[in-house]
Design a protein around this ligand. Structure first.
Ligand code: EPU
Length: 420
């Protein structure tokens, strides 16, 4: 099993390109199931989660051609199976994103119920309740969601989410595009990935207003056509590299970024002592060799501070000057990285959903284990700030969501190597 060997102690310094967003690519690739003619999706990152979704589409009989630089051409008219099997869904929970499109266009789907997850219980009850409210008949048996519309079109409805859910909003948004009548989604997620998906759906002929606000109105149309769409920049990848540069007292320039999607993260980095300048698609951060100042954060749905950046800020606070608190409100079990960083000398105390971080001047390298995607990223940051070598095990988690991670860190002057 691959591991990452990192020798820490050097400030990062350099320039890299931001990849397309994983969490936009997944719903957008799933949305091509709605279109009657082929779609071409560009700026798709080459990641395990993306290839898992492409594998799932392929198993359903959808024609997928991966072109140069991950331009993906998808023709769903060849589909012959409407099943997302357990072995693929258990590898990647976001496979649930095929449910809405399959039910809306083909009136049927059998999708494995995603199981537990390392960061929380992550139910999909709201996806199912929303589709039921649109007229789908849903039954869960033998670990699978069986959905049918009995040959009819879904019907528009007003649906209020009890909890803000990103993939739940995406599933119902996709389903609503082909429903009969108008659907109003309230307390909808406002993440930039929802806006990106909505733009792709609009390019397919969907009628959507309000994406990016908590009320999305969709006027259903009888059919959608293929489109050409470029995926938005990955704001979490962007934030991760910024955080790594800040934690090491370094300097970084990111190209092909979308700083307008990172307000909460950039504000916290400035509070930590970084000088930041942006253009429409670049971000430069400079710590001028200084140790970061501790910053307290509280995660919440967009536009608040993202849960997907919580672990990386734990790493920054581990070496920062001062004491901070990190409060996780989105997932109930997202502090596994804290226990690993304690093994590197971090001074953390977990109290329920809060971590109290007392910054130490230096961490020390240690063998550690990645437990989920963002936890892995935080361990890389901690390792870059540590004296000596850190060996991060179970690195397959990082390949799910960070494209060319070693190449990018090497370009920033890090000492990082994949070992077998
Ligand atoms: N929830 C419910 N019922 C539902 C759906 C969600 O109670 O039917 C709860 C969850 O248990 C959680 C909260 O709602 O407490 C928010 O979860 P959400 O549904 O928004 O998460 P998700 O859609 O499964 C996406 C991202 C995650 C990211 C979260 C929160 C994708 C593919 N995944 O997950 O990304 O952490 O939103 O922003 O978009 C990652 O990239 O590392 C990652 C985990």
């Amino acid at each position: 099993m691959d591991k990452l060997l990192i020798t820490g102690g050097r400030p990062l310094d350099g320039e890299i390109r931001v990849s397309g967003a994983k969490n936009s690519s997944l719903p957008i690739l799933a949305s091509t199931l709605l279109a009657e003619t082929p779609s071409v999706i560009g700026n798709v990152p080459h990641l395990h989660d993306v290839t898992s979704l492409i594998e799932l589409l392929g198993r359903m009989g959808v024609e997928v051609v991966i072109g140069d630089r991950m331009r993906v051409e998808i023709n769903s008219s060849t589909i012959k199976d409407f099943t997302a099997p357990y072995e693929l869904v258990k590898k990647m929970r976001a496979s649930i994103l095929v449910l809405g499109p399959l039910v809306a266009r083909f009136g049927q789907a059998i999708v494995s119920l995603p199981g537990g997850c390392a960061i929380g219980s992550r139910p999909v009850d709201l996806h199912l309740r929303g589709l039921t409210a649109m007229g789908a008949d849903i039954e869960v048996k033998n670990g699978y969601i069986h959905a049918t519309t009995h040959g009819k079109r879904l019907k528009g409805c007003r649906f209020v989410f009890d909890v803000v859910t990103v993939t739940g909003t995406e599933n119902l948004l996709m389903a609503a595009t082909l429903a009969e009548g108008t659907t109003i989604l309230e307390n909808a997620a406002r993440e930039p990935e929802i806006v990106d998906l909505a733009e792709c759906l609009i390019a397919m002929g969907a009628q959507i207003e309000g994406a990016g606000t908590d009320k999305i109105v969709v006027r259903g149309v009888p059919a959608l056509h293929g489109c050409v769409h470029e995926v938005i920049a990955d704001r979490i990848e962007t934030g991760t590299y910024l955080c790594a540069a800040a934690a090491t007292g370094g300097r970084i320039r990111l190209r092909d970024a979308r700083p307008d999607t990172l307000d909460a993260v950039l504000d916290k980095l400035v509070e930590a002592g970084a000088s930041i300048s942006t253009t429409a698609d670049t971000i430069e951060l400079d710590m001028k060799g200084n140790r970061p100042k501790a910053v307290s954060v509280r995660t919440a749905p967009y536009p608040a501070f993202p849960t997907d950046m919580q672990a990386q800020f734990c790493a920054l606070n581990a070496v920062a000057e001062g004491t901070s608190t990190i409060i996780e409100t989105v997932f109930e079990n997202r502090f596994m990285h804290v226990l690993e960083m304690q093994r590197m000398g971090a001074d953390f105390t977990i109290e329920g959903h809060t971590v109290v971080c007392r910054g130490v001047p230096k961490l020390s390298g240690a063998p550690v284990m990645a437990t989920d995607l963002r936890a892995s990223a935080s361990l890389v940051i901690a390792a870059l700030c540590a004296d000596g070598d850190t060996l991060i095990d179970r690195i397959y988690h990082i390949d799910r969501g960070y494209e060319c991670i070693e190449e990018k860190f090497l370009a920033l002057g890090a000492q990082i190597r994949r070992v077998g």
